[in-house]
Design a protein around this ligand. Structure first.
Ligand code: ATP
Ligand code: LTN
Length: 334
């Protein structure tokens, strides 16, 4: 608890261009929860270097992502939005938690398996211990709730296991976090292959809607989305493409899947796809405008970054000191 509110932590990597999946699966939920909780939202730049980055591009992307958090509606005066790399407690606690995490656990992580297949020439130790750093992120703030997409559930389960393991040895040090999964939108699939999640690192740009895609591009990508030959807008496992489009449409409009089925009863896929494109444009266009405006206001963003990093460091260091004491490190002589 901070200021009588429960604590929420989440983070996103600053790699590549954000997709509609990132927005509907994560960012959108962040904004709706931000009044209710004391929130910490990090740009997970330490995690990003598990894959090689071009430094100039990486710095630009990280700033863009942070600006996008604000453009999406997270108020930086009320919520703590910061760069993970600017709060050294993350790396320090990650080391300690590494020593409470087993090789067997880490090797079962599907993200590790996927990413090491994708980057076979650079299977570094950071890629392997990535979940221990993620656990450190969450546990430093004693987070009660962590909104993530379904693909991150396995990492969150591991975080809970590490925290429980640590608490069993040293007493109640960490709050055990709960995942918060949005209803629809928890897993948005690729428009070109609805069995694969929409991902910013997908080589096929037609499979993903990027948050900065212009309206024509968005509509065109939906028009080309892979569907099936059944010809009915029905929320059914046997129609994964249509199911995905219903998820997208209902998350953007607030309608339920049944309402969507009714709305498009007897209509062809063409009409439905057009409506999905329009609904997504209606959500993304205002976000893009706010992003453009904010990007011009360098001083405002700089101030947010500075103030929030200090605020995050204050909370994180409190937990870190407690942990250091528990494991038996000598106290600093002042
Ligand atoms: P990469 O392709 O580089 O692995 P990513 O698109 O999967 O990236 P992350 O940075 O790993 O994005 O994820 C950021 C957040 O967005 C996480 O909370 C994740 O669960 C969520 N997310 C990512 N892709 C989707 C998706 N297709 N549907 C719903 N949520 C998603
Ligand atoms: N691994 C996450 C990003 C992330 C995260 C976190 C999410 C890093 N630390 C802590 C929730 C809580 C991802 O989205 N790929």
């Amino acid at each position: 608890m901070i200021n009588d509110k429960k604590v929420l932590f989440s983070a996103m990597q600053a790699t590549g261009n954000l997709t509609l999946g990132n927005y509907l699966g994560a960012l959108k939920n962040w904004t709706t929860l931000s009044d209710e909780y004391e929130c910490f939202f990090a740009v997970a730049d330490l995690h990003s270097i598990t894959v090689r980055q071009d430094p100039a591009e990486f710095r630009k992307n990280a700033r863009k992502l942070l600006t996008l958090f604000i453009a999406a509606g997270i108020d930086p005066e009320k919520n703590c939005i910061y760069y993970q790399s600017q709060v050294s407690a993350h790396a320090e606690l990650a080391w300690i938690l590494n020593c409470f995490t087993y090789m067997g656990e880490l090797s079962r992580m599907t993200q590790f398996k996927d990413k090491s297949a994708k980057h076979a020439d650079n299977i570094n130790a950071g890629l392997f211990t990535y979940p221990a750093l993620m656990a450190a992120d969450i546990l430093l703030y004693q987070a009660d709730v962590v909104p993530v997409g379904k693909d991150q559930m396995q990492h969150l389960e591991l975080t809970r296991d590490i925290a429980e393991r640590f608490n069993a040895i040293y007493g109640d040090v960490f709050t055990i976090p709960e995942a918060y999964l949005g209803k629809a939108g928890a897993k948005i699939m690729s428009l070109q292959d609805p069995t694969k999640k929409m991902s910013k690192s997908d080589e096929n740009a037609n499979g993903s809607i990027y948050l900065m895609d212009d309206p024509d591009t968005i509509r065109r990508k939906f028009k080309r989305a892979v569907t099936d030959s059944e010809g009915a807008v029905r929320y059914s496992e046997s129609q994964p493409g249509i199911m995905n489009l219903i998820d997208i449409y209902s998350t953007c409009t607030g309608k339920t899947a049944e309402e969507v089925e009714k709305e498009f009863e007897g209509q062809g896929y063409g009409v439905f796809k057009e409506a999905v494109g329009d609904a997504v444009v209606a959500v993304l266009e205002p976000l893009q405008k706010r992003f453009e405006e904010l990007s011009k206001n360098k001083e405002y963003i700089d101030n947010c970054i500075k103030n929030n990093a200090e605020k995050a460091a204050y909370t994180a260091t409190k937990t870190l000191r407690k942990v250091q004491k528990k494991v038996g490190f000598s106290e600093k002589i002042r």
